[in-house]
Write a protein that binds this ligand. Structure first.
Ligand code: SAM
Ligand code: SF4
Length: 437
């Protein structure tokens, strides 16, 4: 993630910023920055409450949130369970079993361990008992769902292909891995997806336009037969890039999280000229006839600004749809959740009103409950995730480099009614008439 020192000081203020910069610079030694800027990982900012003294809690740090990290932790917990079993160890092991490459068998075991851990005579604290109950709910749901038949062919894949970006967004749910797949491997994965019948690929990140190899990769994916879309903040979009992408991508996803810089800055920190740059990106898309899907993350800080956003979007002929996402508290601290989150009912009501008032914008509203465990998301390091709305938050399904797509989609963690099995990119009437020749 690129951000300069002044930006961080502006976001965090004084001493906190300096200590964060010092920490993050040390932690980022293995990641070569693209330009001469400091590499930051936003988890250090948004998740200060990770208890770094706890081996179990440390699994949530980006560098540990990998199959290798979980495998090591699991072995340690298995040993502990053998030598000195407690309900805390049972709860922790069950969480690990459910959060990394769960199978029916491992979920059955997690179910048993959680039953023991929360049953009569449990030695869990009230707080841990609540967490365990939440994990237990997810485990039981996954077990129940996994009894239903096969899910079918995966149609759409999301791929956070690059692990850096120019911003620090408040409570961004992306996991910024320290490793990314080299271009050659990424191209092979694209071929593997096509061979498995995948039709649509949404490339995101971090920010994909910051990746040096993005144009080569898009070209390859397009020629493999994938319909490609890119979700970006658009900060670095240039006329040359737009020219290279036109005709190869079905749409460019651009974020409009408010009708003015002050509103946007409630969620997206680090670049004071972001609003101007996004408007410039929208204009470039009109000029180069690239269809745009607007992405808005709806928070307590911008929900009242959505009418003004709608008015602004009506000015751009290139916009084919507007996705509105309820801000998701994945891995967020309680304080951050209190500041950012909006109630599902309020989100649904507001988006319904906007849909009625602006049918031409093709609004597609997605609340957290509907999105839970529907994603097939390839992370920058090739590990595949889905996202749960409960305590598990992110679940690692497997590794795209070593497993077939069929094996991965058979995971009990992925909901069998996921729209990823049927989804298709938005195509509005306006797009059909004006953009797709
Ligand atoms: C992870 S970003 C990657 C692409 C690009 N960097 C961007 O911001 O558009 C993809 C989308 O996720 C959204 N997003 C990030 N954190 C979120 C959260 N906690 N809840 C809901 N949406 C979120 C962003 O606003 C963006 O629309
Ligand atoms: S939402 Fe996008 S731009 Fe913001 S921190 Fe996350 S990946 Fe970066």
């Amino acid at each position: 993630m690129y951000i300069d020192r002044d930006d961080v000081v502006a976001i965090l203020g004084g001493a906190d910023a300096v200590s964060l910069l010092d920490r993050s610079t040390k932690g980022a030694e293995s990641v070569a920055p693209k330009t001469n800027t400091t590499v930051l990982r936003p988890v250090d900012w948004v998740k200060p409450s990770v208890d770094r003294a706890s081996r179990f809690e440390r699994r949530l740090l980006f560098e540990n949130f990998t199959i290798a990290g979980f495998t090591e932790l699991r072995a340690e917990l298995e040993d502990e369970l053998r030598i000195a079993p407690t309900d805390t160890v049972r709860y922790q092991l069950a969480t690990v079993l459910a959060q990394c490459m769960p199978t029916r068998l491992s979920l059955e075991r997690a179910n048993y361990l959680l039953g023991r851990a929360t049953g009569p005579g449990s030695d869990l604290s009230n707080n841990l008992r609540d967490r365990a109950a939440e994990v237990h709910r997810s485990v039981r749901t996954m077990l129940a769902e996994s009894k239903s038949g096969a899910s079918g062919k995966l149609t759409q894949v999301n791929w956070g292909i690059y692990n850096r970006c120019p911003l620090v967004c408040v409570g961004c749910y992306n996991i910024f891995n320290s490793r990314t797949l080299p271009l050659r491997n990424a191209m092979m994965v694209a071929e593997k997806l096509v061979a498995a019948g995948v039709e649509e690929l949404v490339i995101s990140g971090g920010d994909p336009l910051e990746w040096d190899d993005i144009l080569t990769f898009v070209d390859h994916a397009y020629h493999c037969g994938l319909r490609v879309a890119i979700d970006t903040v658009g900060y670095s979009l240039t006329a040359e890039m737009a020219e290279a992408l036109r005709g190869k991508i079905t749409y460019l996803g651009l974020p409009v999280d408010g009708s003015a810089q002050e509103v946007i800055a409630g969620f997206r920190k680090g670049k004071n000229d972001l609003f101007v740059r996004i408007r410039h990106a929208l204009e470039l898309c009109s000029e180069y006839e690239i269809a745009v899907k607007v992405n808005t993350t709806v928070t307590a800080g911008n929900i009242d600004d959505m009418e003004d956003v709608a008015q602004m979007l009506c000015q751009y002929g290139s916009i084919v749809s507007w996705s509105m996402f309820q801000w998701w508290d994945l891995r967020a601290t309680p304080a951050l959740t209190a500041r950012m989150q909006i109630e599902t009912t309020r989100f649904r009501e507001r988006t319904q009103q906007l849909k009625r008032a602006y049918p031409q914008l093709g609004i597609w509203a997605q609340d957290v409950d509907r999105r839970a465990r529907t994603h097939f998301f390839i992370s920058a390091n090739g590990e595949v995730y889905t996202f749960d709305s409960g305590a598990l938050a992110t679940i690692i399904i497997g590794y795209i480099g070593a497993q077939t797509v069929a094996e991965l989609i058979a995971s009990p963690a992925l909901r069998k009614d996921s729209p990823k099995f049927t989804r298709s990119f938005p195509v509005s009437r306006r797009q059909q008439e004006t953009l797709v020749g």
